[in-house]
Design a protein around this ligand. Structure first.
Ligand SMILES: [Zn+2]
Length: 140
């Protein structure tokens, strides 16, 4: 249905009653009525309204950036702690190239002590990635 110019403002006000946001208002409008410049009128109304801006959809999620597969073993290792299991914590080290895992039973969960007491893989000069930020920070 084409809305005459004299009624467009009234129709826009009805469309805007619950502050659905620009995208939702356009969708509703397209299924019921039209006039030349309708999308621009809806956009102008949405931009002028704080409630509609709050209802607009969230920005698109940032794309994932997977780790690049290292061309040689032990160029990058991933380290994390697992447990407690049967009263022990375990430090799990995985080589990013080969997926080779090493598991060490730990008496503590900070990398400070781990570096000096466990696997030679942690003393390797390659890149170390630890998802346990707290333990990682204590090793700084
Ligand atoms: Zn609004």
């Amino acid at each position: 249905m084409v809305v005459p110019k004299s009624l467009q403002s009234q129709v826009l006000q009805s469309l805007h009653a619950n502050h659905p946001g620009v995208v939702r208002m356009k969708a509703i409008a397209r299924s019921h009525f039209w006039w030349r410049g309708l999308d621009k009128d809806i956009e102008a109304m949405g931009k002028a309204c704080h409630s509609c801006q709050a209802n607009q959809s969230n920005p698109p999620a940032a794309p994932l950036h997977p780790w690049v597969w290292p061309d040689l073993p032990w160029r990058r290792i991933h380290v994390d702690f697992a447990g407690p299991f049967l009263g022990h914590m375990f430090m799990v080290t995985v080589d990013a190239h080969s997926k080779w895992p090493e598991v060490e039973m730990m008496s503590t969960t900070t990398l400070t002590s781990s570096y000096s007491t466990v696997s030679p893989s942690l003393q390797w000069p390659g890149r170390k990635v630890c998802s346990n930020t707290e333990a990682f920070l204590e090793s700084q």
